[in-house]
Design a protein around this ligand. Structure first.
Ligand code: SF4
Length: 370
């Protein structure tokens, strides 16, 4: 069966890198002038040659986002159900060999966390688990979705990649969207960071959005973990992946996230630094490439950065996030997957967004458009 893997294998990492780094001012001006932009334009917009045009990019990105999404921003909350994990990932606090207390929420505990998030106004929840098939496999996720599906307009998951039939089952139970980040599209580096467990299978992960598309999911979230490899090349492959999926699974909606490596227990230092200016450039470049794609920002980023970026292209944002199972109401002191940076309450974030002229919406965009 055809999948993104066949497209991906036609590209060489080093050629993409040199293609981006040799883009010129003329290429950037051409990309800015175009109304419909290609992947070559995207390369120009993420290149060093585009740095002097950042303000212009931000202006176009902001206008385009307002035109498509209005003066609104969508709020969601992550809920960690379990920190059990059978993988080793060099950058994650939940990695199998980290000696931390493991916990998986019971139904009663899930409902306690849900009650807390509902009291804050959330109607879009992101369920997160580690990858531990025996404890938090398909049955556990299915049970959690069924348990809470009447309480939320949208349920998204960020859990282990699954087979198409598993996704079909979960969609029947009320699943709305799936986030599956490739972490890095550099196959050799990927192996170094995922030496053990099912996640070490690069191709299975790469083809997950195809299985989701075939299962008929409403929305797929893509992204790379910036810091593992060159952020420009990883972003190009993310854009290539998006471009492919939009053509093949055209009924599905898409979102992009921009996680940068954060400190955690047994922490990994970023191999490649991505500055705040780089991240602004990238967010604007994605908006210039595609005015429909949703762009999401988590609490990994600082207060200042998030305040700056919410008017420049971002369409959804989380607040008050806890990255430990039971972190909201059951056991607020347990160990987090990574340290969050913006620790403000939901109410403070809502007030900040309002002060920037943004109306907060609590359901996913598809529902707001109906
Ligand atoms: S990133 Fe995911 S799969 Fe890897 S160790 Fe962390 S929880 Fe497990």
């Amino acid at each position: 069966m055809k999948s993104f893997k066949h497209i991906f294998e036609q590209y060489q990492w080093d050629e993409i890198l040199s293609g981006i780094m040799t883009k010129t001012e003329t290429d950037v001006l051409h990309a800015l002038a175009n109304s419909k932009r290609s992947l070559e334009d995207f390369k120009a917009l993420i290149s060093p040659a585009a740095k002097p045009y950042l303000e212009q990019m931000a202006q176009i990105s902001s206008n385009s986002t307002k035109k498509r999404f209005g003066n609104t921003i969508q709020m969601y909350a992550p809920m960690y159900l379990s920190n059990e994990c059978q993988n080793i990932c060099t950058y994650c606090g939940f990695s199998m060999t980290n000696a931390i207390p493991r916990r998986t929420l019971t139904d009663e505990e899930v409902l306690k966390e849900v009650a807390f998030l509902k009291s804050k106004g959330y109607d879009h929840i992101l369920l997160v688990t580690g990858e531990a098939n025996r404890t938090v496999g398909v049955d556990y996720i299915n049970n959690a979705i069924r348990l809470i599906q009447s309480k939320f307009a949208n349920i998204t998951i960020e859990v282990q990649p699954m087979d198409q039939s598993d996704y079909e089952l979960l969609i029947d139970s009320g699943l709305y969207a799936v986030l599956v980040y490739q972490e890095t599209y550099h196959k050799e580096e990927y192996k170094k960071h995922h030496p053990k467990g099912r996640k070490s299978n690069f191709d299975y992960r790469l083809e997950t959005p195809d299985r989701l598309g075939r299962a008929g999911i409403h929305k797929i979230g893509l992204g790379a973990l910036f810091g593992l490899e060159d952020w420009r090349v990883d972003s190009f492959f993310t854009a290539l992946h998006l471009n492919y999926l939009q053509k093949v699974y055209w009924k599905t909606k898409y979102s992009i996230s921009f996680p940068r490596l954060r400190p955690h227990s047994g922490g990994l230092e970023p191999k490649v630094e991505m500055t705040d200016a780089d991240l602004v450039q990238l967010i604007c470049a994605f908006r210039l490439l595609d005015e429909d794609v949703e762009l999401s920002m988590s609490t990994r980023e600082s207060e200042l950065f998030r305040e700056h970026i919410v008017n420049l292209g971002i369409t959804s944002i989380s607040a008050e996030s806890k990255t430990n199972p039971g972190g909201y109401a059951v056991e607020p002191q347990s160990l987090e997957q990574f340290e969050i940076s913006d620790e403000r309450s939901t109410e403070e974030i809502v007030a900040m967004l309002k002060s920037k002229g943004l109306e907060v919406v609590w359901k996913d965009w598809a529902y707001n458009w109906q």
